[in-house]
Write a protein that binds this ligand. Structure first.
Ligand code: MN
Length: 214
């Protein structure tokens, strides 16, 4: 489809896109290398670089998954790419079951600061505006190509390999790679609903936002 406005699937309200002006398919270059032509070396290749281990560990990109009560309740999956967070709205959230394919709608890049936010957005037209940091950690990039990104996550809830693959116009699919961290049949978003920072659910935050506010 063409000519559809951004976020037409109803999972990415305008308030959610305030963090950056880039479209997710035209990212800024990283270290002067055009984003789309760069394939990030895997862990083994990085390890082979003499003396590079400590630097590589320190430079691991960050990931964050926020649970956001907006027009619809959705998860925001954000993956650091240089100085921004590439972002996808994932209505049903990630899964550790490799058989589960989750729709991920690309939204605009967000600032790194946006990925630190837990609290209640004021003045949201629909939904409470509550946001919790559902999971966070670092990500080892495995492949980074147009329409396909795979990475190994080191989070509190999400660990092991994952892949995001573009399947259509503003439509990607998030899947868990089949590896030792996979948990077939599990439902991590139901099992572990609370914030990894505060231990609070989004409903608790909505009703008592002052406890999490400055
Ligand atoms: Mn959102």
């Amino acid at each position: 489809m063409t000519g559809m406005p951004a976020g037409q699937e109803g999972v990415a309200p305008a308030a959610d896109r305030a963090g950056g002006g880039h479209r997710s398919l035209s990212l800024p270059s990283r270290a002067g290398i055009p984003f789309h032509s760069r394939t990030i070396p895997g862990r083994a290749e990085q390890g082979a670089t003499a003396g590079g281990h400590t630097e590589a560990m320190a430079a691991l990109p960050r990931f964050v998954v926020q649970l956001h009560d907006a027009t619809t309740l959705h998860f925001d999956f954000r993956l650091q790419a240089g100085g921004v967070l590439r972002s996808w709205a994932v209505p049903r959230g990630p899964s550790l079951d490799p058989a589960v394919r989750r729709l991920a709608v690309p939204v605009e890049d967000h600032t790194l600061a946006a990925g630190e936010f837990e609290g209640v957005h004021e003045g949201q037209a629909r939904g409470s505006g509550a946001v919790i940091i559902w999971d966070e950690g670092t990500a080892d990039m495995v492949r980074d190509e147009p329409g396909h990104v795979s990475f190994v996550l080191h989070g509190r809830k999400l660990t092991g390999g994952f892949a995001l693959t573009r399947t259509g116009e503003r439509r990607w699919i998030l899947v868990k790679v089949r590896d030792e961290e996979a948990r077939p049949g599990s439902d991590i978003v139901t099992e572990q609903p609370a914030s990894v920072r505060s231990g609070r659910t989004w409903q608790e935050l909505r009703h008592q936002p002052q406890a999490g506010q400055p």
